[in-house]
Design a protein around this ligand. Sequence first.
Ligand code: BTN
Length: 170
Amino acid sequence: MAMGSGAFTLALALALATYVIPEERKCQLSGLWRNELDSLMEISAVRDNGDFQGKYLTRVTLAGSCAHASPLRGAQQQPSEGGWPTFAFTVRWDKFSNATTAFTGQCFMDTGGKETLTTMWLLREAVGSLEEDWKATRVGRNVFTRKRIRKGKILPSLSPSCEDTSSPAP
Ligand code: BTN
């Protein structure tokens, strides 16, 4: 039996309501985030295939020195019906360190629309020999929340970098 056009439209609307998550209920990774260590990361637009890139400015360093904003690259799973997306990214610490960190996590949104990124990370520092390999990797957890900023503000302008903290030339 053929379905009438009214019934077909209703079925289509129901299917869309079931499978399409409204934009405002999606966890969007793009934007500026801050974790409990006060580190900042800025993720630029996530591509259709889930790939993304950005910059990370850590508040803490292994050596206790100042940090440069460092490049991050990652990939996000496609948000599915009833599930918050998982993602992973790496940060190649630039200029001030030979270390690399890999983060993996998931984006959650509460009923009020507040987004939280829960992550676990592995931080690999460079050691000088195979004998020292056992102590080269640290593991930890970071939780990020979105940092709202005025239009035009970008990550480096929000936090002092190595250049800003060095003593002025005589
Ligand atoms: C280094 O000090 O050699 C590199 C910086 C490492 C910063 C780590 S990565 C995991 C943790 N989360 C942060 O925001 N910063 C630290």
